[in-house]
Design a protein around this ligand. Structure first.
Ligand code: PMT
Length: 220
């Protein structure tokens, strides 16, 4: 059939929330469903990319996409870093926990008198590490913000050494977590930005894939 615009491109996509355990039955997580990242994986595979999806989400895996199951931020870090060298493009649409409980209890924590104080420690920043160690990879981060979107997106581009940042205003109706639609702005290294109107996550993914294919032509 018709040749896709990402034919022969090796891609890693991360999607959905991570889960950070506190004991065998309790964990901390966030509202990410994985829909945005799964849409990216699906559209990329349709365009001929060889896609590895790293996720904890139970959504149906798109046709032709390989997956690695990763529950925690640490699991995701390990899975992504182990495969990063071979990848041409890495898209970090997962909502990775920034903190995890400092201690994981082997047994169910029992109720005690009074308040419970849980200590958290920072997880590894996967995007930051990818940016620090990157050689040839085209690196795409997402940004979920509720204010100062332009500012934070530009900062993420620089601080994390990413080639592209996809920012969604998660305070907007129809954008961000869980729904089937999103409103995003795509920021590129050259300072340009593309604001997309409200559309399905599949359409957002399609636009994003086109932008990536274009941008990769320019750097190569
Ligand atoms: O899954 P859905 O329900 O469809 O929702 C989609 C989404 C809103 C989750 C998605 O569009 C999105 O914005 N994903 C990124 C959410 C996020 O965690 O943003 P952040 O601003 O906290 O992180 C910025 C970037 O750093 C992200 O690319 C994130 O994957 C990455 N990161 C963050 C923390 C960490 N420890 N490691 C990382 O790699």
């Amino acid at each position: 059939g018709k040749k896709g615009i990402l034919e022969g491109v090796k891609m890693i996509v991360t999607a959905g929330a991570t889960k950070e355990k506190m004991d065998p039955i309790r964990y901390f997580t966030n509202r990410s469903s994985g829909k945005m990242g799964f849409a990216v994986a699906e559209q990329a595979a349709k365009e001929g990319a060889d896609v590895l999806l790293v996720t904890n989400s139970q959504l149906e895996v798109p046709k032709g996409v390989r997956t690695i199951h990763a529950e925690s931020a640490e699991d995701m870090y390990q899975a992504v870093m182990a495969n990063a060298n071979e990848a041409d493009v890495i898209i970090k649409s997962a909502a990775v926990a920034d903190y995890r409980p400092k201690k994981i209890y082997d047994q169910k924590m029992k109720k005690q008198e009074g308040d419970l104080i849980v200590e958290f420690e920072r997880t590894k920043d996967i995007l930051m590490e990818l940016g620090r160690t990157k050689e040839h990879q085209f690196l795409v981060g997402f940004a979920a913000e509720t204010e100062n979107i332009d500012h934070y997106a530009q900062k993420k581009l620089q601080n994390k050494n990413a080639d592209m940042i996809v920012a969604n205003d998660v305070s907007h109706e129809g954008a961000g977590f869980q729904g089937d639609t999103n409103i995003v702005t795509i920021y590129k290294k050259d300072g340009s930005k593309t604001e997309l109107p409200l559309m399905s996550k599949q359409d957002v993914a399609h636009h994003l894939i086109k932008e990536i294919a274009e941008a990769m032509k320019e750097v190569r």
